[in-house]
Design a binder for this molecule. Structure first.
Ligand SMILES: *[C@@H]1O[C@H](CO)[C@@H](O)[C@H](O)[C@H]1NC(C)=O
Ligand SMILES: *[C@@H]1O[C@H](CO)[C@@H](O)[C@H](O)[C@H]1NC(C)=O
Ligand SMILES: *[C@@H]1O[C@H](CO)[C@@H](O)[C@H](O)[C@H]1NC(C)=O
Length: 134
């Protein structure tokens, strides 16, 4: 169950954020937009894809490494999230889909019955459009 604001929930249900979220509790590498990168253990991912690391190594573009016990990376600084090789992306997405109930059969909705007034108005519009044609 995803906890967050409605905006964060929207991102969880409509973007691949759910996949990054599923990487919580794993060691991964994230490339940053300024050509540095971070390797570490993901402790949490919020609904904007800001990532909190613990036991992280920050590597700057010159190749210098710095260790951080805790490191918070804002989503806007992320260029690329490396999904670990052992993670089966498709089956992971299928599991998430199942958890969210998106694989349930959807009953077709009954067509909405238009009121007589609406039908009449529609007919009139159609006539007007037909007249435009000639
Ligand atoms: C993540 O990496 C650290 C340091 O290499 C290691 O101690 C830890 O067991 C790893 N955790 C997982 C879940 O792979
Ligand atoms: C790159 O971005 C990270 C995250 O915003 C920042 O902490 C770091 O200082 C930046 N490094 C360089 C070399 O600009
Ligand atoms: C997470 O990212 C969003 C969008 O990039 C930002 O508005 C928000 O302030 C960030 N959260 C924190 C705790 O920095």
């Amino acid at each position: 169950m995803f906890v967050g604001t409605s905006k964060e929930k929207f991102f969880y249900h409509n973007t691949l954020l759910c996949l990054v979220k599923a990487l919580q509790g794993k060691n991964i590498t994230v490339d940053l937009r300024n050509d540095s990168y971070v390797c570490g253990f993901i402790s949490s991912v919020d609904g904007y894809m800001n990532i909190s690391f613990t036991n992280a190594i920050y590597c700057d573009p010159q190749g210098n490494e710095y260790a951080f016990e805790n490191l918070f990376i804002q989503s806007r600084n992320i260029r690329y999230v490396h999904v670990p090789e052992e993670v089966r992306t498709i089956s992971m997405l299928a599991t998430i889909r199942h958890e969210l109930g998106y694989d349930k059969e959807v009953k077709p909705k009954k067509p909405v019955q238009k009121s007589r007034k609406a039908k009449k108005a529609l007919q009139q519009h159609m006539q007007t459009v037909a007249l435009l044609d000639t």
